[in-house]
Design a protein around this ligand. Structure first.
Ligand code: 5GP
Length: 120
């Protein structure tokens, strides 16, 4: 895939089910699974199934607004499905200083404990 020349990440292995993960939501565009190193009682990652150049949010283009919207709607569906009653936070880390470690776009959903603001 011409748009996927960046090196594969661990999320490709998760998508291929070559690496096990605790899937909480899946449709044709999006996969969501529990973070292996949870930073809150609920810590879920939402990723596009097709990375398509989205190594980071900054790479997004208008052509990708469909899948970007799907990710956001998936967050809402997951929050309802998981009965997240209190607050929650959605985070996208983009770049080294923000702590991005996997170069496949993903949204973090964090819930189940008080979340400081600003996050620091
Ligand atoms: P980032 O720091 O790039 O925003 O977030 C990457 C996240 O992926 C981290 O929170 C990290 O714990 C999670 N992660 C890395 N490797 C794996 C894995 O093999 N399985 C799962 N479920 N999560 C992973």
């Amino acid at each position: 895939d011409l748009q996927d020349l960046a090196p594969a990440t661990v999320f490709d292995q998760i998508l291929a089910k070559a690496l096990p993960s605790q899937v909480v939501f899946e449709n044709d565009k999006v996969l969501a699974f529990r973070d292996i190193a949870p930073q809150a009682p609920v810590h879920i990652l939402v990723i596009p199934k097709r990375r398509a150049g989205l190594t980071a949010l900054r790479k997004a283009s208008r052509e990708q607004k469909g899948v970007l919207g799907e990710m956001m709607v998936a967050v809402a569906e997951i929050v309802r499905q998981e009965n997240i009653e209190g607050g929650y936070r959605v985070i996208v880390n983009d770049g080294e200083e923000a702590g991005q470690s996997v170069h496949h776009l993903h949204m973090h959903i964090l819930a189940g404990r008080p979340l400081a603001w600003p996050p620091g």
